[in-house]
Write a protein that binds this ligand. Structure first.
Ligand code: BYC
Length: 336
């Protein structure tokens, strides 16, 4: 159900296995030539099984992140401080749903159905971004998610617009445009609070203190501990390494923090004239591993909410399927 996999035989069928096993040299050479020329691989093109698998892993994790990412901010829709902020937040959360849909569609072009992808998420087999396992405790968290989480997402995702897999690269173009709006709205909400009362400024600072380090973890483990990076870069899926993106993000964010008037909670954050970058403190990678292992503050809650939403939507899927059957029968009758 729902698959958009064009004319692909699903991964794991005899046809694909035969191709994978024999690794047809001519097809591999043609694939390598496209990658070396910085070209695009499209859904119908032959691709190595490992390239397909890596893309399904990354794109589906990305899709899951967008969908689970609606939850922390969604918690604040009913408590937004004004009609304007509520309308903006509603639009942003809807955008994230849209991103999830484009990305599931991009993953489906690789021959994996949406039911399978969702099942992996709901059963806890698939990952989604570590950042969405942290709670949103105050209204300032909504602004900080926009400024820092979406800011980190843009830094990571702009290079993905040049990803070697066409459907993913094209999906990312629109996603990045919308993420830019998200980042600006977050910064704008925080700026308004920083120009408000002492209590509002304290709320923003407290929120920045909680989110800063988990945001830096969004870029993934250090390059030396990143098992997928080398191959991902070779295939033109990843364009910039985890550490380089993290550094670019920090370099760009320090000035923004100064404009806002907040302090980034890192005493080691200092400008290094020699490298032309900011030095920063040590990231707690144990915390990152714990969150990935399901032991973050909100892992259980996020997954349970997601599963419930899926179950509650069963009647919509049933109705859509019944309608599609009815339409098909009607068309058959008319054709007869
Ligand atoms: N959280 O070898 P590595 C958004 C996993 S949505 C969880 O470096 P790779 C937004 C990684 O998957 C943001 N897991 O992997 C939405 C791998 O595990 P597996 C999501 C992480 O793939 C709503 C293992 O660690 N963005 O912005 O080369 C509202 C080793 O890592 C994380 C994307 O998904 C993490 N943070 O690089 C607001 C972008 N980091 O799969 C905002 C697309 C690493 O081997 N994805 N892992 O079991 C990517 O660019 C890459 O997949 C990553 C990781 C940079 C995330």
């Amino acid at each position: 159900m729902y698959t958009q996999s064009l004319d692909q035989a699903p991964v794991g069928t005899d046809t694909n296995n035969a191709i994978d096993i024999h690794q047809d040299a001519a097809k591999q050479a043609a694939f390598d030539a496209v990658i070396d020329a910085d070209g695009k691989i499209e859904a119908q093109d032959w691709m190595p099984a490992a390239y397909r698998k890596t893309l399904v892993r990354q794109i589906s994790q990305h899709a899951h992140s967008e969908v689970v990412g609606m939850l922390p901010e969604g918690n604040w829709i009913s408590r937004a401080p004004s009609l304007k902020r509520k309308a903006i937040l509603l639009a942003k959360v809807q955008d994230e749903a849209g991103h999830g849909l484009y990305l599931y569609s991009a993953a489906e072009t690789l021959g994996t159905g949406r039911d399978e992808l969702l099942d992996a998420l709901h059963s806890g087999r698939a990952k989604y971004s570590s950042i969405f396992n942290y709670p949103t405790l105050s209204w300032a968290d909504v602004g900080v998610i926009g400024w820092l989480v979406d800011g980190a997402a843009i830094m990571n995702q702009v290079p993905l617009c040049r990803c070697s897999y066409g459907p993913y690269a094209r999906a990312m173009i629109r996603v990045c445009k919308e993420e830019s709006f998200h980042q600006r709205q977050g910064f704008d909400a925080l700026l308004a609070m920083m120009q408000g009362t002492e209590a509002q400024r304290a709320m923003v600072q407290e929120s920045v203190n909680r989110w800063w380090w988990p945001v830096l973890m969004m870029f993934g483990p250090p390059d030396a501990d990143s098992p997928n990076s080398a191959q991902g870069m070779r295939w033109g899926i990843k364009r910039i390494s985890n550490d380089d993106l993290r550094q670019k993000f920090i370099d760009a964010t320090v000035a923004q923090a100064e404009t806002l008037g907040v302090t980034l909670p890192d005493p080691d954050l200092t400008w290094n004239e020699a490298t032309g970058h900011y030095d920063f403190g040590t990231i707690n990678w144990q915390e990152f591993q714990d969150v990935l292992a399901g032991k973050g503050p909100c892992n259980t809650e996020r997954l349970a909410t997601r599963v419930k939403a899926h179950q509650d939507g069963q009647w919509v899927r049933d109705a859509a399927a019944a309608y599609a059957r009815k339409q098909a029968a009607k068309q058959q009758r008319q054709a007869a």
